[in-house]
Design a protein around this ligand. Structure first.
Ligand SMILES: *Cc1c(COP(=O)(O)O)cnc(C)c1O
Length: 421
């Protein structure tokens, strides 16, 4: 690697996934050029095909009305099965272990109904620090709902003083010391703030050895890292589809429930008709017999229009292949880290782990002399990213639509910005 534009140009020319950028609408800067979009960790770009997929549902609704459930281009009744299968392959799960439904925080609550079963001896929840508050609110309200005191029952996993990332050893120590009192470990697989990717397999194993249930919030993992949920073995996971999975603002969430829990009658669950076994769902009888798969956790029939947006995006992921995407992602982020380290001086440094196995595509850049004018400068020059108070810029080059030239241009503009401030 080197600092020259030639390196970026050559890398783009060699990129087998380069043509995928064409499949997305790239917003335009006021100067008429494409923006440098580094914000796929917040809201992924819109696939051009989403228009067609959604239009198909609208056409079926228009022409078939209720019969669209059976005779639509993608009949609405089994539509969640189609997208569930694709989603399962993207997160490394068996088709029966995944379903797409509701939104993320709703699903975290539903999953905690089944998997947070505190008693007097074991009632704590271990979770990781993050300024993204939804998980904390959900956890705290569940703890209170069960009559426990969040002050004692919530264990927040935090980096050591002066550090940003959390070592496996720290997690190990807490689980070793308090595991007998921990009912649930619920960690963001990729930390929202630092971009650190945790060792899901190892955390799962450590938790299970101590008798804890283990779940992951993969809002920043799904579509970003090459997940192997079935083999890594957590009890459950949930994620949203509007970040790396490009399915549109507020879109549906995915959940994973490991096969070992399917069909368990002893688990609490909040039930709804769409979780009923599909052989008897439309008999509309009074007795609830859940599907013996993740589908048994569904409550409602889902919005077909929203499922179409998810479908459009997942088809692109299947075509590109998660493994290929991850390889390009590692290369892009490594290049970004190289340019930051080699051309910015001391004014900015990366707080995300340097080891490619410990991060996804996001780098969190910390400024030595934080000045929000830098953020305004970047936006003004067509760089879309996000700023986290007090001093961090999160940058996420994504392999489906970002290029090495994007990374090179971003660093050039960032460097100019740092100079004028
Ligand atoms: C994006 C994100 C959410 C989003 O929650 P919604 O219920 O989809 O609004 C929740 N938790 C984390 C960690 C996130 O990054």
């Amino acid at each position: 690697m080197d600092n020259s534009i030639c390196f970026a140009q050559k890398s783009d020319a060699d990129d087998k996934l380069a043509s995928f950028r064409e499949k997305f609408f790239i917003p335009k800067h006021k100067n008429g050029n494409d923006v440098i979009y580094m914000c796929g960790n917040s809201l992924g770009l819109m696939p051009k095909s989403a228009e067609k997929y959604i239009h198909n549902v609208l056409e079926d609704w228009k022409n078939l009305a209720v019969e669209g459930h059976f005779y639509g281009k993608n009949p609405w009744i089994p539509y969640h099965e189609v997208i569930g299968r694709s989603m399962a392959s993207i997160v490394g799960a068996l088709p029966a272990e995944v379903v797409v439904m509701n939104s993320l925080t709703v699903n975290i609550h539903l999953l905690m109904v089944s998997f947070y079963r505190p008693d007097r001896k074991r009632n704590k929840i271990l979770f990781d620090f993050s300024p993204f508050p939804s998980d904390r609110y959900a956890i705290e309200s569940q703890v209170r709902y069960h009559g426990f005191d969040p002050k004692y029952a919530m264990i927040e996993l935090k980096p050591e003083d002066g550090q940003y990332c959390i070592e496996n050893e720290n997690i190990e120590k807490i689980i070793h010391e308090q595991g007998d009192e921990i009912a649930l470990i619920l960690i963001g697989g990729v930390n929202y703030y630092t971009g650190q990717l945790y060792d899901l397999k190892r955390i799962t194993k450590m938790g299970h050895e101590k008798g804890c249930i283990v779940g992951f919030d993969l809002a920043h993992g799904a579509g970003n890292i090459d997940l192997q949920l079935h083999d890594d073995g957590p009890d459950f996971a949930a994620w949203c589809t509007y970040k790396y999975l490009n399915s549109g603002p507020g879109s549906l969430s995915g959940i994973f429930i490991h096969k070992r829990h399917h069909g368990r009658k002893d688990l609490n669950r909040f039930a709804g008709w769409w979780g009923q076994d599909k052989e008897s769902r439309f008999l509309m009888g009074p007795e609830f017999n859940p599907m013996p798969t993740a589908e048994g956790w569904q409550l409602s029939n889902q919005s077909a229009i929203q499922m179409a947006a998810v479908h459009a995006s997942l088809d692109i992921f299947l075509e590109a292949g998660m493994e290929n995407l991850r390889l390009k992602s590692i290369a892009l982020t490594l290049y970004l880290a190289y340019l930051i380290d080699n051309s910015m001086g001391d004014e900015i440094h990366v707080i995300t782990p340097t080891d490619g196995n410990k991060r996804g595509c996001q780098l969190s850049l910390q400024m030595t002399n934080p000045d929000k004018r830098l953020f305004d400068y970047l936006i003004d020059r067509g760089v879309i990213l996000d700023w986290r108070e007090p001093d961090v810029i999160r940058v996420a080059p994504t392999p489906l639509y970002n290029t090495f030239i994007d990374v090179w241009n971003f660093c050039r503009i960032l460097k100019d910005g740092l100079k004028i401030l």
